[in-house]
Write a protein that binds this ligand. Structure first.
Ligand SMILES: [Zn+2]
Length: 152
């Protein structure tokens, strides 16, 4: 009687130990499903997909040109340009509005009046230009082509 009880107790304990072990094993695989095999395959496939997306994101002719790709950027500035409290005037013809602002690759900023006089503006820099210009939406092979596009 006592022996049977002990045997059953041991069997129960062994059963519970085995159950705990199998649950621990099951939980381990649930939390980390084959990390060395499937994980790396999934990561590789994801990386390849991301690389393909990055490569196909925008064709080169749709990408905004960087500062190294172009001689400069230009935008219209129709209203009077006030720098340090002074309205800028063209030193040659006295025009004070309808500028084309040019930001060159060397970060210098130039003002061009309607008559085509160009003056370097030391009170402005590339950071100012970038704050006030929209994204470059068009590339022009020559300065004249860009001026024509801006209506000059
Ligand atoms: Zn002028």
């Amino acid at each position: 009687m006592f022996r049977i009880f002990r045997r059953r107790a041991r069997a129960d304990r062994e059963f519970r130990d085995a159950q705990r072990a199998s649950q621990a094993l099951l939980q381990m695989h649930t939390e980390t499903p084959w990390p060395d095999v499937l994980g790396s395959v999934a990561a590789t496939a994801q990386d390849a997909t991301e690389a393909a997306v990055a490569r196909d994101f925008l064709p080169p002719y749709f990408r905004a040109p960087s500062r190294q790709d172009v001689a400069g950027f230009m935008m219209r500035w129709d209203q009077p340009l006030v720098i340090d409290g002074e309205v800028r005037e063209c030193p040659e013809c006295g025009a004070y509005r309808n500028w084309v602002v040019l930001c060159m690759r060397d970060d210098s900023v130039w003002l061009r009046c309607r008559a085509g006089h160009e003056t370097r503006e030391l009170g402005l820099d590339a950071a100012w230009y970038n704050r006030h210009s929209g994204p470059a939406d068009r590339w022009h092979p020559t300065l004249e082509d860009g001026l024509r596009h801006l209506g000059y």
